[in-house]
Ligand binder design. Structure first.
Ligand code: 6PG
Length: 487
């Protein structure tokens, strides 16, 4: 093909995300070639490029034609299901690629798979990027947050494209070079873990307002719309307000009340919690969101348990606290509890990123990560601009909890936070995320914890020794002998 007609970039994998990202790239003026194993998807994308544009997008039905239609050094984005499909797609495309070309995996891939593929690609003279793409279908089409990690040379080959295609916020495009190896996938994974925490905390706020405060869906919609005009302004708060407005087309009331209380999940939240354990980083709020998804999956068991416990005398809602509640106070308390819990959840996520950055020597820039999450991604929020500024002020901050401004805000909100958790506990309504965040806050802020007793127990039964507060060294005590003697 003539050089003039070659595409600037290619994209293989035309499911929802791939199709929309390809159209976004074309719309920004970068000629793009697309390919998909099922050729009908190619034709569908071509049709959309024609009707929505026309945009400079060409479709190809074979890997060879697809690759040869792209100008060198070629950059090829693949957006297929994580795991084996990525390896299969790489195999089909790379045989037609030349040294210096780049493969960019845009899926939610496990970071170690990316690191394996970087080596495999390099052995063929190819460059490789693992790029987190956040924002769902709408983000892919109109401006995602992009988290590319791997070859810096490969990133520079597509920098002009991704900076145009990404969501745009006041301080630039929501994309940056994350770092080497699988860092891009890891950052996207933690983004998802934080997303799980955010969604869990919002669901708990909803639960307390609905079941303790007795708010209707119309009132909930109003409250979340109002919260979206303040410190909680964010994509997830905005969409939550919208969800409460949607009527059920098959019956009375709102659709949200007809949805089965059983969540799905694709795995990134689980990986986040696994990595936190591997790195000895406390992430209780994110873990609580994962456990709640697991427990929601036990729907039949929970229906049975409700019956058994009710027969044993326990109502599903223990305390009838709905009466005599000051609704206005409750609403404001829940807002404060949600915000304070969110700070703890983000602190956990950022601490996990820091631990991994140290382990892998990625040198992650936390201010930049918060900046590119300000737009396009699922956790996009005004709040992230605050976090960006915190890390720009102090890149080595031990935790968001001890940033002077966030610390003050948490102290100002802790009374409301404790009231909400206390009310929920009395009402028998579980708020695992808010409780986890509060326990995290109360544990992290205490100079002395009751683990002196744990150390004594470990030394008594396992002779694991302990340190003392008043002198250096490791000590062991014959606890039982001494205890017997003292009788
Ligand atoms: C994003 C989302 C996306 C994720 C879905 C489903 O950043 O656009 O995080 O990548 O896959 O939200 O995630 P779960 O099925 O694990 O909830």
């Amino acid at each position: 093909m003539e050089a003039a007609t070659l595409s600037r970039i290619g994209l293989a994998g035309l499911a929802v995300m791939g199709q929309n990202l390809a159209l976004n790239i074309a719309e920004k003026g970068f000629p793009i070639s697309v390919y998909n194993r099922t050729t009908s998807k190619v034709d569908e994308t071509l049709h959309r490029a024609h009707t929505e544009g026309p945009y400079p997008l060409t479709g190809h039905h074979t890997p060879r034609d697809f690759i040869l239609s792209i100008q060198k050094p070629r950059s090829v984005i693949i957006l297929v299901k994580a795991g084996a499909p990525v390896d299969q797609t790489i195999a089909a495309l790379s045989e037609h690629m030349d040294p210096g070309d780049t493969i960019i995996d845009g899926g939610n891939e496990w970071y170690e798979n990316t690191e394996r593929r970087i080596v495999e690609a390099n052995n063929k003279g190819l460059l490789y990027l693992g790029m987190g793409v956040s924002g769902g279908e709408e983000g892919a089409r109109n401006g995602p947050s992009l988290m590319p990690g791997g070859s810096f040379e490969a990133y520079n080959n597509i920098k002009d494209i991704v900076e145009k295609v990404a969501a745009q916020v006041d301080d630039g495009p929501c994309v940056t070079y994350i770092g080497e190896g699988g860092s891009g996938n890891f950052v996207k994974m933690v983004h998802n873990g934080i997303e799980y925490g955010d969604m869990q905390l919002i669901s708990e706020a909803y639960d307390v307002l609905k079941n303790v405060g007795g708010l209707s869906n119309a009132e909930l919609a109003e409250i979340f719309d109002e919260w979206n005009r303040g410190e909680l302004e964010s994509f997830l708060i905005e969409i939550t307000a919208d969800i409460f407005k949607v009527k059920d087309e098959h019956g009375e009331g709102e659709l949200v009340d007809k949805i089965l209380d059983k969540t799905g999940m694709k795995g990134t939240g689980k990986w986040t919690v696994q990595q936190a354990a591997e790195l000895s980083v406390a992430a209780p709020t994110i873990a609580a969101s994962l456990d709640c998804r697991y427990l929601s999956g036990l729907k039949d068991e929970r229906v049975e348990a409700a019956k058994v416990l009710e027969e044993a005398g326990l109502k599903e809602e223990v305390g009838a606290v709905g009466t005599g509640i000051d609704k206005k106070q409750l609403i404001d308390d829940v807002r404060q509890a949600l915000y304070a819990s969110k700070i703890c959840s983000y602190a956990q996520g950022m601490n996990l990123l820091r631990a991994k950055s140290v382990e892998k020597n990625w040198n992650l820039n936390f201010g930049e990560l918060a900046r590119i999450w300000k737009g396009g991604c699922i956790i996009r929020a005004v709040f992230l601009d605050r976090i960006k500024k915190v890390y720009q002020r102090n890149p080595n901050l031990a935790s968001l909890v001890v940033d002077p401004e966030f610390a003050k805000e948490m102290v100002q909100r802790q009374a409301a936070w404790r009231r909400v958790v206390g009310l929920a506990v009395s009402a028998g309504i579980s708020t695992p995320g808010m409780c986890a965040s509060l326990a995290y806050f109360d544990t992290y802020r205490r100079a002395r914890l009751p683990v002196n007793l744990v150390q004594a127990q470990r030394d008594l039964f396992g002779a694991h020794t302990y340190e003392r507060v008043d002198r250096p060294g490791a000590f062991h005590t014959e606890w039982t002998k001494l205890a017997r003697k003292s009788k």
